[in-house]
Design a protein around this ligand. Sequence first.
Ligand SMILES: Nc1ncnc2c1ncn2[C@@H]1O[C@H](COP(=O)(O)OP(=O)(O)OP(=O)(O)O)[C@@H](O)[C@H]1O
Length: 617
Amino acid sequence: MKTKTESLAWENLRYDLHPWLRSAIESLGFATMTPVQASTVPLLSGNKDVVVEAVTGSGKTLAFSIPVLQKVSDRIYGRGGGDNDDDDEDTVEPVKRGHMLAVILSPTRELAAQIQTVIDGVIAYLPEYLKQIKTQLLVGGSSTVRDDLDSFLKEQPQILVGTPGRMLDFLKSNYVKTQSVEIAILDEADKLLSMSFETDVIDILKRLPKQRRTGLFSATISSAGDTIFRTGMNNPVKVVVKSKNITGEQSSAPASLQLAYMMVNPERKLTTLITLLSNYQFKKAIVYFPTCTSVKHFYSMLNYLNCDQLKFHSLHGQLSTKSRLKTLSKFTEGDTNVAKHILMTTDVAARGIDIPDVDLVIQLDPPTDPSMFLHRCGRTGRANKVGRAIVMLNNDSNEEDYIGFMEVKGVTLLQMPVPETPNHASIQNKIRKYMLEDRARHELGVKSYVGFVRYYSKHVASSIFRMAVLDYLGVAKLYGLLRLPKMPESRYVTNMPEDGWLGEPINMDTYAYADQLAEKSRLSTLEADKEKKIQDAKRRKELKVKNEAWSSKMETKESRQERREKVKRKRELIEKQLMEEESGDEKEAVEDWKDIVRKNKKSKSGNGIMQGSFDDL
Ligand SMILES: Nc1ncnc2c1ncn2[C@@H]1O[C@H](COP(=O)(O)OP(=O)(O)OP(=O)(O)O)[C@@H](O)[C@H]1O
């Protein structure tokens, strides 16, 4: 019987790859196939559409890149591979200018760039005597569509890799012809078919020939739902690759990945993070934060705290494509002999990113979308290398229920103790000092805090992450706030400190920006505001006097009105009495009435009420 490693030897692949491609893979040093490659490459290189769900780090990129390169080679070298006499001349057809053969889509720019690098890495082994295979990256932010077109028409790449928005803009050009596309790949397909990308992706697929091959890949494809059926696939084959956990059960996470959680007091999360990063043995870590603003805020704060031997890098969606890619390569190339490297990021770097040496992932909070949990954790424990992922959950809340919730999804997490943080108070003091040195820092902190509260409200598992139970004060302290901002959720704060101060109150008028220009502008606005306040107070005072006169007028008017009402009521009463007496002698009654009027007219001065009443008749 063959051992597992033997059966995964490349020579056992049930498909004849082009000789150059076979030797390129060998040269890359991949001794065996991964299970997802063994099952997917023959299907997609042949004539099958595929939907592939395989755990993170299982080699899905090569599982689609090999069939893409195989199809391109078939077309430009012929089935025989161009280096022997078996070439089927009929299949060799020059790719016309403006045409391409393969389209690969990915949800993020970083991932698209990484896929291009993987394919270029294989192409690098292409013998010189064969026609070149080229790739082109199509992502927004670093070039214009015009630049992309120029380079496309000049270089004539057969493989396009890009993000949906730019790819669609590019394909819409009259210079670009899609009739020759033989294969389309959707990497992180569930994300590409989610609301944010679906329209563009379906539009792109509709522009491609119907008889093309299509491959959908992700570690969490099940969450894509019914949109899968709109991708124009033809009888797709589903490939599922799970792993076995320590107890031998099927798991949605790779076996080499240790998953853990800890219940932490929110106020202590940053100190706990610093302690973990300082005490743990690791080379590179990725720490996930909830929002772009929180990455900026904590990045600046952690650099101020000057943690020994820790080198922080910040990556988020508000940065330009250029600086995002630059940060990623700095982190990737960071020398681990000099320092431990930590990438502080958001979900923008949760999917697909493959960085060697990442052996620790920490999540300050779980992601709002549970399927992102596996993607975040899966940045480590890749390709059978050991990795550890830790998620912090808030103490004194329902968040521990998240563990059972993930268990149902095939993800088992083990509890780990929270490390001692004896330096918590001193770190808090330093953070207060950091905040007081620059008003802008506090503003960023408040923005991050508010962003976090919004983020928390977006959790899909809202019965676990409950707004009414969140420890708002603890979170505000984690963000280093001096004072709690007023927001609708403040109604949930049961122990609201006086005026929202989280420590000693400070004078907000003298709380300055470190930036001189900003401070100058603040002071002049403050001065103008003060002047405006004085003027407003003056105006209010004048208005009050005016209003008082008016209101006393209103007073007399009102009492007159009241009196009229009273008289009216009395008159109605008398009339009613008269009406009752009327029954026997109408005439007499009328005379009586006139009598009363006369009598009362005579005694005008005698009874004020009666006088008033008859005046109004
Ligand atoms: N046959 C192989 N043998 C050994 N290593 C491999 C093999 N194929 C790919 N790898 C390596 O495995 C790592 C993970 O591969 P890849 O990035 O394709 O994973 P993935 O399944 O796409 O993960 P994710 O779901 O996170 O995107 C890469 O560093 C890659 O070089």
